[in-house]
Design a protein around this ligand. Structure first.
Ligand SMILES: NC(=O)c1ccc[n+]([C@@H]2O[C@H](COP(=O)([O-])OP(=O)(O)OC[C@H]3O[C@@H](n4cnc5c(N)ncnc54)[C@H](OP(=O)(O)O)[C@@H]3O)[C@@H](O)[C@H]2O)c1
Length: 243
């Protein structure tokens, strides 16, 4: 029988985050769910989900706005849960403004959450996974890494940097049985997509990307790649839902 796996998912209370929790719990994973702020409604929801799926879901508050602090917290989580085998860097912050209208402090903040914290978490996770000799790191990126869109300087470049880092990590960990992947998503039916400008949506439409993908569909796809073990350790998966 396959050993029980245990996964850490950031941004667990978001649109995709909740669907990831649902599909991974149903697939038998124990889950460490991290959120920026813990709200009672979310902990009740997790309790109900854990009861139905008969798995463990433990919630931690980890704000990703400071990568070093986030790394410290995840290191502590790993020492409390040494059975962790997988991580999904799912949390991210959207940001829309032209190059000329993007203040540096905002650009830095977007990178801190979307890129630096994901790297910080991956670093401590990779060290742990090298010791346990199994597991995966999955980074959620975006169609904005391959389609240049106006107003997407901060968000698009932070996701492009994360996608590049995925390849670097994967090559460096190539002989260690650890899978490092990114999943670039098109337009997904969550709060984040609702914040996109009409101009960006129009540009995406011109590229044939107009379908709002249900987050449950993306979550099922992410589960399938986390569970798969045969293919190359490094891969950028595109899930654009173009129609
Ligand atoms: N929706 C789309 O069309 C789309 C397209 C391509 C890629 N993606 C990617 O899909 C992933 C999930 O996004 P989503 O669509 O589910 O959006 P969402 O519903 O807005 O969820 C984003 C999550 O990130 C968390 N987060 C933001 N800032 C944080 C911080 N400083 N510290 C900790 N957590 C923080 C949010 O927490 P709070 O609730 O506390 O803010 C929330 O849980 C993201 O990586 C996003 O870039 C989305």
């Amino acid at each position: 029988m396959e050993n029980k796996r245990s996964i850490l998912i950031t941004g667990a209370n978001g649109g995709l985050g909740r669907e990831l929790l649902r599909v991974f719990a149903a697939a038998g994973f124990d889950i460490i769910a991290t959120v920026r702020n813990l709200e009672i409604g979310f902990s009740d929801w997790c309790e109900e989900l854990a009861g139905t799926a008969k798995n463990r879901i433990v919630i931690y508050e980890v704000d990703l706005v400071n990568a070093e602090e986030a790394q410290h917290k995840v290191r502590n989580i790993l020492s409390e849960h040494p059975d962790l085998t997988d991580v999904i860097n799912n949390a991210a912050v959207p940001y829309g403004a032209t190059v000329l209208m993007t203040p540096f402090r905002d650009l830095r903040k977007v990178f801190e959450v979307n890129f630096f914290s994901a790297i910080a978490i991956s670093q401590v996770f990779a060290k742990h996974l090298i010791r346990v000799k199994v597991g995966s790191i999955t980074n959620i990126t975006s169609i904005s890494t391959s389609v240049t869109l106006p107003g997407m300087l901060a968000y698009g470049t932070s996701k492009a940097a994360l996608e590049y880092a995925t390849g670097v990590f994967a090559q460096e960990l190539g002989n260690s049985h650890i899978k490092v992947r990114s999943v670039a998503i098109g337009l997904m039916e969550t709060h984040m997509a609702k914040q996109m400008s009409a101009k960006s949506l129009e540009e995406l439409g011109k590229q044939g990307v107009s379908r709002l993908i249900p987050p449950r569909e993306v979550a099922a796809f992410v589960l399938s790649i986390v569970k798969s073990g045969e293919e190359e350790s490094s891969c950028v998966y595109e899930y654009f839902g173009a129609t």
